[in-house]
Design a protein around this ligand. Structure first.
Ligand SMILES: *[C@@H]1O[C@H](CO)[C@@H](O)[C@H](O)[C@H]1NC(C)=O
Ligand SMILES: *[C@@H]1O[C@H](CO)[C@@H](O)[C@H](O)[C@H]1NC(C)=O
Ligand SMILES: *[C@@H]1O[C@H](CO)[C@@H](O)[C@H](O)[C@H]1NC(C)=O
Ligand SMILES: *[C@@H]1O[C@H](CO)[C@@H](O)[C@H](O)[C@H]1NC(C)=O
Length: 274
């Protein structure tokens, strides 16, 4: 029995070690592709690593107005549409290409269920925005039903003196907060208690039956002890619940009655409804 336990424990330690190493390896891989984005700050690197499942994909969105038709291509820390250093590019009908953001100048901000990805250093405007650099802002929001939803263009804000930006939006399950266990400490304790009880009962039963060789009710673990407890609580119940009569019998009762007909049932007669 003890040997078996030790074996189980040794095995679980082994599994834990294995899980640990697997975790280490996957963790090490998990920043491999997002590390192509250059961020200023280590905490932003951590934010970016959340987006790892979205790397190596071209996400495209189209806009159309009466004058022009544009296609935007976005990649997470990769060459959008194959353009070097470009996180977001814009193409018009004639395939003229404008880099909107450079992933070597990345900013990543994380909220409870969203990540804001900002690529700066795009191509400079000719007239607008004091001829500043273009900038792409991509809002990635949690949607547990989608690995990576379609990209959509929200607006291009260029009628400003500075800090113009293109705003994009996307849904992904990658940025969702982990689902927390709904079990409270109390219910976990309860489950542990019941498991222990089950192990105790089954283990004890098997022990009594196979090793001690007990039969019938004797097979239950610590039968003597529990039956004692059972009797005691039955007595207690008896004492508390039963109406006074039977307990407050005058001590002479038994002594006086010599007849064997005096059965205990008779003493219960007064409990019956009249
Ligand atoms: C990282 O990119 C390589 C190809 O460049 C790909 O094979 C690998 O699966 C990517 N890793 C993750 C975690 O997506
Ligand atoms: C990194 O960024 C976070 C949040 O933007 C900020 O609180 C922290 O001070 C920054 N750390 C460094 C070293 O700049
Ligand atoms: C993204 O698009 C470019 C141009 O069409 C292509 O060369 C590249 O392979 C695409 N990348 C992925 C990961 O599909
Ligand atoms: C992107 O930014 C890096 C670092 O500032 C720069 O070396 C590179 O030339 C830029 N690429 C483009 C396409 O603007």
């Amino acid at each position: 029995m003890a040997l078996c336990l030790i074996e189980v424990m040794a095995q679980s330690t082994w599994w834990r070690l294995l899980a640990f190493f697997v975790l280490m390896v996957t963790k090490a891989q998990a920043v491999e592709n997002t590390s192509r984005c250059k961020v200023k700050n280590n905490s932003e690197k951590k934010v970016l690593s959340v987006l790892e499942p979205l790397t190596n994909q071209n996400f495209t969105a189209k806009t159309k107005d009466e004058m022009e038709e544009y296609t935007y291509v976005f990649q997470v820390c990769g060459d959008a549409d194959g353009v070097k250093d470009a996180g977001v590019v814009q193409k018009n009908k004639d395939k003229q290409l404008v880099v909107i953001g450079n992933y070597s100048l990345t900013q990543a901000i994380k909220g409870s269920d969203w990540i804001l990805l900002i690529y700066q250093g795009g191509e400079k405007y000719h007239e607008h925005c004091s001829q500043g650099a273009r900038k792409a802002v991509i809002m990635i929001s949690c949607d547990r039903t989608k690995t990576a939803g379609p990209l959509s263009v929200i607006l291009e804000d260029r009628e400003r003196k500075s800090d113009c930006f293109y705003l994009f939006e996307m849904d992904s399950s990658a940025v969702c907060p982990p689902i927390e266990s709904k079990l409270s400490t109390g219910s976990i304790l309860l489950i542990v208690c019941f498991s222990c009880l089950a192990v105790y009962l089954i283990g004890g039963f098997l022990y009594q039956r196979l090793i001690v060789g007990a039969k019938g009710v004797e097979q239950y673990p610590n039968y003597g002890f529990w039956s004692e407890i059972g009797n005691l609580s039955a007595d207690g119940c008896d004492f508390v619940c039963r109406s006074r009569g039977s307990r407050e019998e005058p001590p002479t009762y038994r002594g006086v009655s010599t007849e064997p007909l005096e059965e205990p049932e008779e003493r219960d007669d007064h409990l019956l409804p009249m």
